[in-house]
Design a protein around this ligand. Structure first.
Ligand code: SF4
Length: 675
């Protein structure tokens, strides 16, 4: 049998957007490798996607539409035809809309597929025409986006490939070994060329072990650290006043807000020493080019927006823009700006908004109530704060729940109707990197498993069945991809390259503030934008660049982090993980609680409990626990995961999730139940 080599690309929620080559025999995937069409990823691919066959053909793949037969949450279904399933869904959605109004329907989705064809186009068209409630999709990158846009507009940051020119690279809340592995060889090359590396992270991530400096900052205090560095730069003559005069507004207001953070005050709040902060400030001042790779770890707390804004302000204050490799990198997705509006073909209706981080309270307390929930590209039971509330909400007998997914997730157990979704190897899509500067056209390369169908096909049919389709609607995936790609400002050569290679890679060519400038209304960096100030006041009751104190208490003093790991992408691939969850704890915290590695422990606060095993490690700062992000019920002793302990409070900017504001206590379980 002949093997075909077919180009494709990874659309998972990961910055790097690898280009891939699939080996296919008789419609089945036999191998998946990286290829070099994406110049950053250059043929290297992570283990989870290299073994994508286990997800594609695994026992937990949903192969048929199904309707619930057992009790809610029992996960018992009977297979039905697509016709029966879609008829049932259409009838129930129209029934809810006609009885209670469209807002009684809540779509729930996130980055499980991450492509423009499989999220944000035909699905949006259907939900808008139904008049469904609007979902604020802010579980990730909401605070970072608000901060980056507020200060720099749509200007992309430094291309990661330009880090080889840098003499100082600061990884701030960014762990390349887990999210963005292609930065690892770039760091090695930069290091070999003489660059210094600084890591700002409460954990001793692997890059911290070999870094020139590691600042193990207390979670939630990054804003204080950045403002203290800024004050030091101003006070010690390291602010680039000429650059600021030419390229920035709001300098005096920013300086005034940084002024309150002496090194001594900052050291106390951040749980660092004065010398550590001063050494870092001096390194940053003296190095050129210097670049900050700002990640998403620092946004996931009450001060997250102000933290990111203050970090992104530092290259401007210290005059780090200009040479190649100088400045910052945050999200690069703005390299390719598309307009989905014409494809959606339905303006946004005036409907209520529901924040996805508050799904649990919304399902339990919203008035008028949510009567129908349509979940796709997401597994909220494993990812949304206050897991107990989400579970209670899903258990409501009067809630009609559709789950449209690739595998039997924890959330899928609670479905009334289960719909099988295709993976990126089985459907069309158009995706862009948010770390790598690539635009990828994805086409089906293998036969769909069972009866799985693409999102765009299912939403097109739901539009028809609910009488909401229009003659002028575009539903053909090729036509949608062409329409979206043509909304991106591509030159003729770029368009041809995308058609020929299914990938458009924009290699680095520009230096910030030499060739490319802030994309705000006046072309300047806004260090203290009024809109962000107003938003912080409205959300948190404090101005931008405020430090809201630690939410810990005597009963719950430990900060619980739930960081990304190399094995999962959010909760995707959770069905493939067999290793039980381990909560990491520093030896000092373990000793005072008589906890040893391997002990069964319970981590708890007023929201819930998680029972799992302990791992005592020096790789954490005291006062901090770590439990992997994206775990499923099967990974812990009591079926709860870290989000059972996470509050539904929101970030100061962007109304994002505050996972890292979970404050907990931990105890050894004296007589654990057998697993
Ligand atoms: S998850 Fe990231 S590293 Fe892995 S294949 Fe996809 S883009 Fe590449």
């Amino acid at each position: 049998m002949s093997t075909r080599q077919v180009p494709t690309a990874c659309p998972l929620d990961c910055p790097d957007a690898c280009t891939l080559t699939a080996s296919v025999e008789d419609g089945r995937l036999t191998r998946l490798d990286g290829d070099s069409r994406n110049g950053l990823t250059a043929g290297i691919v992570c283990g989870k996607v290299r073994r994508f066959d286990r997800h594609l053909y695994g026992a937990e793949r949903i192969a048929s539409p199904a309707i619930r037969t057992g009790a809610k949450g029992a996960g018992e279904f009977r297979d039905v035809s697509w016709d029966e399933a879609l008829q049932h869904v259409s009838a129930r959605m129209l029934e809810v809309r006609d009885r209670s109004g469209g807002e009684a329907i809540l779509p729930f989705s996130y980055g499980g597929s991450n492509g423009a064809l499989t999220e944000g186009t035909l699905d949006t068209r259907w939900f808008r025409r139904l008049g469904a409630s609007h979902l604020e999709r802010t579980i990730c990158a909401a605070a970072t986006s608000r901060a980056q846009d507020g200060l720099y507009g749509m200007m992309p940051g430094v291309d990661v490939r330009d880090y080889v020119h840098a003499s100082l690279i600061v990884l701030w809340g960014f762990n390349p070994s887990a999210s963005g592995i292609h930065l690892v060889p770039v760091l090695k090359a930069a290091r070999a060329a003489g660059a210094q590396i600084v890591v700002v992270d409460p954990r001793r991530i692997s890059q911290a072990k070999s870094a020139d400096q590691h600042l193990a900052v207390r979670p939630g205090t990054d804003v204080v650290l950045a403002l203290a560095v800024a004050r030091w730069l101003f006070e010690h003559g390291h602010a680039d006043e000429a650059f600021l005069a030419d390229h920035a507004t709001g300098v005096d207001a920013f300086r005034a807000r940084a002024q309150r953070w002496t090194l001594e005050r900052a050291a106390e709040v951040c749980e660092l020493s004065v010398a550590e902060i001063e050494t870092f400030a001096r390194r940053f001042a003296e190095a050129s080019p210097a670049v900050i790779r700002c990640g998403w770890g620092l946004e996931r707390n009450r001060n997250g927006g102000s933290a990111v804004a203050s970090v992104l302000a530092l290259p401007a204050i210290a005059g780090k823009f200009g040479p190649r490799g100088g400045g910052f990198t945050m999200s690069q997705s703005r390299t390719f700006r598309w307009n989905l509006g014409p494809v959606v073909a339905e303006p946004e209706p005036e409907v209520r908004s529901i924040n996805m981080n508050r799904l649990g309270p919304a399902l339990l307390e919203q008035t008028p109530p949510i009567e129908a929930l349509f979940v796709y590209n997401a597994n909220p039971l494993a990812t949304v704060p206050d897991q107990a509330a989400v579970r209670r909400g899903l258990a409501r007998e009067d809630l009609f729940t559709v789950v449209f997914d690739q595998v039997h997730t924890d959330t899928a157990k609670w479905a009334d109707v289960l719909l099988p979704a295709t993976t990126f190897l089985e459907h069309h899509d158009l995706t862009r990197g948010y770390g790598a500067t690539v635009l990828n056209r994805i086409r089906p390369v293998v036969s769909a498993v069972g009866l799985a169908r693409p999102n765009y096909a299912v939403f097109a049919e739901l539009l028809e069945r609910t009488g909401l389709a229009r003659e002028t609607d575009v539903t053909d995936p090729d036509a949608i991809a062409v329409a979206i790609a043509s909304s991106v400002a591509l030159g003729p050569e770029d368009g041809a390259a995308l058609v020929e290679h299914s990938t458009l890679d924009r290699p680095p060519s520009a230096a910030l503030f030499r060739d490319r400038f802030a994309e705000t209304d006046d072309g300047k960096i806004h260090l203290c934008p009024a809109a962000l100030d107003a938003e912080c006041q409205a959300t948190a009751g404090v101005p931008l660049y405020s430090y809201q104190p630690d939410p810990g208490s005597e009963d719950y003093p430990l900060a619980l982090l739930s960081p990304a790991t190399a094995k999962l992408t959010n909760s995707t691939f959770g069905q493939l993980r067999s290793a039980p969850a381990k909560v990491q704890i520093h030896p000092r915290d373990a000793e005072t609680r008589d906890i040893r590695s391997g002990d069964a422990v319970v981590v708890f606060n007023t929201l819930g409990t998680v029972e799992c095993d302990a791992e005592v490690t020096e790789d954490l700062t005291p006062g901090v626990l770590c439990l992997d992000k994206g775990l499923w019920e099967r990974h812990t002793r009591n079926g709860n995961t870290s989000n059972a302990l996470c509050p539904t409070t929101l970030t100061d900017l962007g109304r994002g999730a505050t996972f890292n504001d979970a404050r907990v206590q931990v105890e050894r379980i004296v007589t654990p139940k057998p697993r």
